[in-house]
Design a protein around this ligand. Structure first.
Ligand SMILES: [Zn+2]
Length: 319
């Protein structure tokens, strides 16, 4: 589930993400009530992935006036085919969990080999919490944003201005950043996720450019989409260096007519991978699944000029 950021203004509260499941949304609502009697007025969703918003309807049940804000593309994706994964997962997960339960009990993984230690604890978690995972998934729902923006939207209040920015494609085609200039605080959404970045469906060259622009903001504290709050830009610089290398090599490969399979098979990470996972087996597995494979495919697509997520011209924009 994505991180959440709560901002308490003089007469209302703003939440960024932090409601990826119904239970999480209920807990965030309880947290808000424990902190203040002010109403939750705005929810900003930084990207269309369900772990950022699938419990939003529970927040609206607590605060019917809640206004949900996102980038225009994010709303389109939440209202369109990208979100089809939710009913598919709702239909398929019971059987998948049942299969995992059998594998976990037998101590074997899908390929028939003994379950690696690195996977065992993940399997055990899934089996232990399978009832909760299923009920949360079945209760998950898309609640479409009411208010969209394309480049910038300012939520002004007596206490502070909150800037919601779009600096270009990156992790998705519609990543929103939430910037509090007075505090130097930035919620970066999944443009920054740690310790393992997610890259499926991303735009590595554009992502690098977006991070470079983001780097011009005088950030004192960065809330990533996933992972711990960052007080320096070390991790962001590491991510930028890796994206730069990947994008450059993909562009060279495409110019030379190298297919994506050959590009992936011959790719030399030049030590960038180690900086993210330090040979920790679990982090190394996540790096492979969440970043290394997907980012090479995404970079090859991007270098070939594939537009995976064109904006639909029919959507009305309200700013
Ligand atoms: Zn996320």
């Amino acid at each position: 589930m994505a991180n959440g950021l709560l901002i308490i203004n003089d007469d209302h509260v703003v939440l960024v993400d932090g409601c990826g499941s119904p239970l999480l949304a209920d807990r965030v609502a309880a947290e808000i009530r424990a902190l203040t009697s002010l109403p939750l007025r705005y929810l900003v969703i930084t990207n269309w992935h369900g772990d950022h918003h699938l419990g939003a309807y529970r927040l609206r049940a607590h605060w019917p006036q809640l206004e949900i804000v996102s980038h225009r593309y994010t709303r389109e994706a939440m209202d369109g085919a990208p979100m089809d994964y939710l009913p598919r997962l709702q239909a398929e997960l019971p059987a998948q969990l049942a299969a995992l339960r059998q594998l976990e009990a037998a101590g074997f993984s899908q390929d028939g080999r003994p379950l690696p230690t690195v996977l065992r604890s993940d399997f055990e978690d899934l089996v232990q919490f399978d009832t909760l995972i299923l009920s949360e998934l079945q209760a998950s729902k898309v609640t479409l944003p009411d208010r969209m923006f394309t480049d910038r939207l300012t939520l002004s209040s007596a206490r502070r201005d909150i800037e919601i920015l779009y600096l270009g494609r990156g992790r998705t085609a519609g990543d929103a950043l939430v910037w509090l200039p007075a505090e130097g605080l930035l919620a970066a959404g999944d443009l920054v996720a740690a310790p393992t970045p997610f890259a499926g469906g991303s735009y590595p060259r554009a992502w690098l450019e977006t991070l470079t622009q983001m780097g011009a903001l005088p950030v004192r504290m960065l809330v990533p989409g996933h992972g711990d709050v960052q007080a320096d830009s070390v991790y962001q610089a590491q991510l930028q260096a890796t994206l730069a290398m990947v994008a450059r090599k993909a562009e060279t490969a495409v110019t030379s007519g190298i297919t994506v399979d050959k590009f992936k098979a011959a790719f030399d990470w030049e030590g960038h991978d180690f900086r993210f996972h330090g040979n920790d087996p679990k982090l190394a597995l996540r790096w492979q699944q969440w970043f290394a494979g997907p980012v090479l495919e995404a970079a090859h697509d991007e270098a070939r000029g594939v537009d995976k997520d064109p904006l639909l011209a029919t959507t009305t924009v309200r700013q």
